[in-house]
Design a protein around this ligand. Structure first.
Ligand SMILES: [Zn+2]
Length: 136
């Protein structure tokens, strides 16, 4: 994802994409470490920005209404789909993450238009225009 869009997600959802090292709340002896998301950023294309934005908007809205604070550990593309690995979701929030993951296999990872899974040596979700395109 472009640095500009990454920075926007981090600024809009600082509690989800915290850059603070995270420890295990149940075990203070476990040393706090940076999340993969903080270290590597968002390992997917710009076309999924809106999907991630809407997901985080809803996750944070649920938190405002009493649900736990979700903290992203890793956000990446794998086998053409969005993987949003996070700590802390309740069942409702886990469902939101599942819907976003399912929807990602229908949205071009490059531009966000309607897409489909394309097998081309790798498996990616692409529109017709970007069928052969890498993320950039
Ligand atoms: Zn496209």
């Amino acid at each position: 994802m472009s640095p500009e869009l990454e920075a926007k997600l981090r600024a809009d959802y600082p509690l989800i994409f915290t850059a603070e090292p995270i420890g295990d709340p149940d075990d203070p002896d476990v040393p706090a470490v940076l999340t993969l998301c903080a270290t590597w950023g968002f390992e997917c294309g710009d076309g999924w920005y809106d999907l991630i934005d809407v997901l985080c908007l809803n996750l944070q809205y649920a938190t405002k209404n009493g649900a736990p604070q979700v903290v992203a550990r890793q956000v990446k593309e794998k086998f053409g789909g969005l993987r949003f690995y996070a700590g802390g979701p309740n069942d409702e929030q886990a469902g939101m993450i599942q819907v976003a993951a399912s929807m990602s296999t229908r949205l071009c990872e490059v531009c966000g238009n309607r897409g489909k899974l394309v097998r081309n040596g790798w498996i990616k979700t692409r529109c017709a225009e970007h069928e052969n395109a890498d993320n950039e």
